[in-house]
Every structure is written in C-alpha cells, then in structure tokens.
Write a protein that binds this ligand. Structure first.
Ligand SMILES: [Zn+2]
Length: 498
C-alpha cells in the first residue's frame, strides 16, 4: 500500500445496541427471540396516533459512552425525524439525532502497527470521534422463496425501536489495520463500561465504513463510498482492503468514483453496488415534534462520570508500571474486562506477593490458561479453574513447593475437575522435595549406582552432571527440586571420593 500513489481515507460509523430491558420509545422488551413479532406494540409498529416516550436508561448509557470516549455533552439536545420509506420501518421515519447529538468531539487512542511488542507505548494514534448520537433500530426483513413460484418477504418488528447508539469517527483512519485497531479498542471500552454486549454475530455491534482515496500529499477528500454488511472485524478489514484496491484501479484507469452504498459479500470477497448514496437533504430531517427537548444538568453528568470504571488503556498502563508486566502481556490481559478481572482476582489471592508474582501469574494466564481455554472453545468466564485456585497454584511454584513441570500436571487436573491445587497435590503426593537431607540420601545412592558418570565429572567433564541430575529426578518421580539437586550434587562431587 505504501508504494501506491494513492492513500485511503477511512471513517467508521459504529452502531451499538444498548443493554436496556425495554425499547427506546415504548415499554416492549428488547430480549432477543426467534419468535417473530412478539415484542411489539402500537408505538414500535408505527400505528397512527401513538406517542413515543424516551427511555431514560438508554440516554444515560449513551451519555456514559460519550463521556468515556472523551466527548463534550450538549447540555440542551433534541431528537430529529429522518424521513425515508423502507418496509422494515413502519413509521416511514426514524427517530434519531441530527444537528444536536448528545455527544460531540471526542477521541479514542489506538495502538498502531509497531515493530515489536515492547514498542507499543510509542505507537499510539488518536482517532477523533465526531459524534455519539441516539437512535432507534429498524425491524428485520426475512426474504423467503415461496412455494407457488412467488418470492416474498416477511417482516419481524421485534427489533423495531430497540435503542441504538451511533458512534461516528472522523476520517482519521489510514488503513484497514487501523480500522481493525479502532474497532477493537472501541469494543473494549464499550464492554468495560457495560453499555452493550457488543456481539457482532447477534448484530449488537455493527459497522459501516466510509472510504475514499486521494493522491498522497493532497488534503482534499475524494468521493467516498459507504460499505455496509460487514459482520466481523475480519470482514471489515477484508472489505476495506478490497474497496481500496477497487477505487485505486478505477481511478488509475481514468474512471471516477461514484458516491454510493456498497454491500460487502463475505463469500465472494467483493463489494457490490447497492444504491446511489442519498444526500442528507434527501431525508428531510426536522426536529421530532412528539418528543420534548432535553436539558442535562451538571448533577446528572457528574453522577454518570463517577460511574465510569477504569478504562482498558489506563488499566494497561497501570499493570505495566505497578506490576512490571510487558506491554504485550498487559495488552492481552486488559483487552477484555472479564480477563482483566480474572487477573486482578488471582493476583489479590496470592499472599504474600513478591515483585515477581504478577509476571509469573500473567505468564500462566496468557499461555497455559488461555491456550487451554481456546483449545476447548471456552472464554475465561467459563474457566473451570477459578482465579483464586490459579493464584494458589502460581504461589506454590513461586515458593518452590512444586516444580513448574509438576504444576503443569496439577493444572491439567484443575482444568478437568475444577479442584483446588492443594487437594490434587496432596492426593497425588506431588509435593516437591527441597529438603537437603532427604535429597542427599538419594544423591549418595545415585552416585554409587552411576560411578562412571561421577568419575567423569570429577575428572573435569562438566556435562556428566546432567545425567546424574536426571537419575535423581527419576528416582524421586520428578519431585526433587532440580535447583537444589544441582547444587547438592556439585557439593558432594567436589568432596574427595570415598
Ligand atoms: Zn413497542
């Protein structure tokens, strides 16, 4: 991409389904169900004469998101009516926000491409957020093939009126990797502040992209296309890759980009034209006459601010500074809130703690635990090993009660049974032998049985020590502490032969 004469300019519009019990303007349930048209009423099916009432919880979650994304809040705000006809929109208009969104001018920091995991702190980029506004979702069309040579569509209004948040970025994103990083950082924040479950497969997080290209060094924006229908982070990256290449080719061949909406086809890996893109004036926006304006006072804003927990970026830096974790380990641990919580709970249970405890624990979580959970297709909330039990296991390694090798055996048992490590160690007799007197007896026996290796070592062949250590480990079924064995063997062998 860097060799191209053109550079892409990308802005993302993210729709987030808010975690509320009821819909945006009526009391219907937002619960996901496969039965069509059960969570509906006259308001969300657009019957004449009904009046909407705004959902307070949804607006609070919206303000919480805007504040977490460093936005200013419009103290005085209104809803707007966006007029268009579509079969899944029963009112023939959508209640949304236009001139006065709840949140404006925020930003989100993302990690951009870096040479090594350790360089992460230096590779940051700020993506500006233009607005965070509130709207309602539409219904859903189900296209079916009829039995009487008739194609038909069915409409399900369960989703109609579900609270949606729209987060619009400025066109600050320079390539598909940055788009991926932005989405991933945004999802992480939304999960930390618990405003949405952000499940892309269930449609609670949706992303549209505005893409244009321009000659490198130019500042004016080119004609953009809007890409829709991307159902995963991967498809966002693939769709952007494709669309940028397509635009460069069109312009390279002397053609012009047409402003239009294009749909990403995940199977064919292409974007196809859906319709020419409407201009804002096509929607004939006007202030929603059925809803009063909003005034947000300082007390409300302050109360919401206080409810925002430590965000992933800050927590990550704290783990690097306070726990001396590597940037990479801290990033893995803080990306998702449940994992961050798991780490913190496990660490709190390691008592007393040494400066090395967090690092050792992070290692165990990021390699052993996540490795095993991934292979079983489980997330950390489904882990059979509780954070307290993992903390205890790591503590046992740290104090030398068990070796790292035995810990792996114990861990495998914990993963399948969920039992505490102490119980497993006791039952299987796995406690590491560090007692010098006990080990000296074994060492004397081993030397007698391996006279040749002992003589070789005494004659200066240092590698001979390895086979003697191995023999001690074998005799103790792997329970001897290898460091102590090493030390004792050298001591015994440096004494004059008996
Ligand atoms: Zn309803």
């Amino acid at each position: 991409m860097n060799n191209s004469a053109y550079e892409p300019v990308i802005g993302l519009e993210v729709h987030v389904q808010l975690k509320t019990k009821s819909k945006m303007f009526c009391g219907c349930s937002t619960e996901f169900t496969l039965d069509p048209n059960v969570n509906i009423c006259p308001v969300c099916t657009g019957q004449p004469g009904v009046l909407p009432v705004a959902n307070r919880k949804a607006i609070e979650l919206n303000l919480k998101t805007a504040l977490a994304l460093n936005c200013g809040i419009n103290r005085h705000s209104i809803f707007a009516r966006k007029n268009y006809f579509y079969p899944d929109l029963p009112k023939n208009y959508q209640i949304t926000q236009y001139e006065v969104p709840f949140g404006y001018d925020g930003f989100l920091e993302i990690d951009i491409e870096r040479e090594s995991p350790e360089a992460a702190a230096k590779a940051k980029k700020t993506i500006r957020i233009k607005r965070v506004h509130q709207e309602e979702d539409t219904g859903k069309l189900l296209h079916a093939l009829g039995s009487r040579k008739l194609d038909y569509s069915l409409v399900d209004f369960n989703r109609s009126g579900v609270p949606l948040l729209e987060i619009v970025s400025e066109p600050d994103i320079a390539n598909p990797d940055e788009a991926h990083a932005y989405l991933s950082a945004l999802k992480s924040v939304l999960q930390y502040i618990e405003v949405s479950d952000c499940d892309m497969e269930k449609g609670s997080l949706r992303c549209d992209a505005n893409v244009s290209i321009r000659k490198r060094g130019e500042t004016e924006l080119g004609t953009k296309t809007e890409i829709k229908n991307m159902n995963s982070f991967k498809s966002v990256r693939d769709a952007l890759d494709y669309e940028i290449r397509r635009q460069v080719e069109v312009v390279g061949n002397g053609g012009k980009i047409v402003q239009e909406t294009r749909l990403w086809d995940d199977k064919a890996n292409i974007t196809g034209s859906m319709r020419s893109k409407e201009q804002a004036h096509d929607y004939r926006y006007f202030p929603e006459p059925d809803l009063p304006p909003f005034e947000f006072d300082e007390n409300l804003i302050d109360a919401i601010k206080k409810d925002i927990p430590e965000l992933p970026e800050k927590l990550k830096q704290r783990l690097v500074e306070e726990c001396q974790l590597s940037q990479y380990d801290a990033e893995v641990l803080t990306k998702e809130k449940p994992l961050a919580r798991y780490f913190e709970t496990a660490l709190a249970s390691m008592n007393p703690r040494t400066p090395n405890s967090p690092k050792l624990l992070a290692n165990w979580i990021n390699t052993e635990l996540l490795g095993k959970l991934n292979s079983e297709n489980k997330n950390v909330e489904q882990s059979p090993v509780s954070p307290e039990n993992l903390g205890e296991l790591v503590k046992l390694i740290e104090t030398g009660a068990i070796s790292g090798k035995i810990a792996k055996t114990v861990f495998a048992d914990m993963m399948s049974t969920g039992r505490a490590p102490a119980a497993i160690i006791k039952e299987k007799g796995l406690v590491q032998i560090s007692d010098e007197n006990e080990l000296k007896n074994v060492i004397n026996d081993v030397i007698k049985e391996n006279q040749k290796a002992a003589d070789e070592y005494r004659a200066g062949k240092k590698q001979a020590l390895g086979s003697l250590v191995g023999a001690v480990m074998k005799k103790t079924s792997g329970k001897a502490n290898p460091q102590v064995v090493n030390k004792l063997l050298q001591e015994v062998l440096s004494e004059p032969a008996v």
